[in-house]
Ligand binder design. Sequence first.
Ligand SMILES: Nc1ncnc2c1ncn2[C@@H]1O[C@H](COP(=O)(O)OP(=O)(O)OP(=O)(O)O)[C@@H](O)[C@H]1O
Length: 224
Amino acid sequence: MIEMQDTGFGYQGGAPLLSGMTLSLQPGSFHFLTGPSGAGKTTFMRLCYADLLPTEGQMSALGKDMRGLSRDGIAALRRKVGVVHQDPQFLDHLPVAENVALPMTISGEPVNMAAMRDLLGWVGLAQQARAMPASLSGGERQRVALARAVILSPDLVLADEPTGNLDWDMSMRLMQLLIELNKSGKTVLVATHDLNLIRATKAQVAARVLRIANGGLHLAGADL
Ligand SMILES: Nc1ncnc2c1ncn2[C@@H]1O[C@H](COP(=O)(O)OP(=O)(O)OP(=O)(O)O)[C@@H](O)[C@H]1O
């Protein structure tokens, strides 16, 4: 799903931030990504959905070589990757249902309203379909963001600190949805600082933990 061989990345004009990363993220796997603040977790996630391209080594995502990826290639790749950000942004003048449907609208696909209702029901927000984003709680916003991330049925779901602003119960509720997605066959990668969340999730799913530290990517020990 994601393959890296001695892959590195540095922002323009800066020293390399990540280097020598070697990874084979298998289809259907569940991984956490952890590491200190500023280590490069978000940068790593951005590489995985071709929002950034590696500056060293080799990398492929969903079978596509990231080197020399055309604009169309990047767009096709992103269609297969659903992303949930820590602080999801919505179009505030559109209700929840339209925000969730945006990836379909943008890609010119007809919106399947029945599928939309199912999806909102799955994230527990069937009653909020017509609500405006500004009226949602933090946990509701994250669940709307998750629904939006999976509406095109991506193969890979990336969540960058999705529970950063949520209490424990809501964090676990969101993790439950990510676990369900994984059990339905999706590859899931979740960046988080929260070791308790990792431990609680690992009790339910065979998740592995990647750690970014000192500019490199490491597999964390079994104690995590
Ligand atoms: N667009 C950018 N241009 C230059 N440097 C950047 C850019 N985005 C991030 N950085 C730098 O890259 C480093 C890694 O940032 P990144 O956001 O990937 O870390 P992180 O591990 O996700 O941090 P946190 O846990 O605090 O969210 C930081 O030093 C950051 O300042």
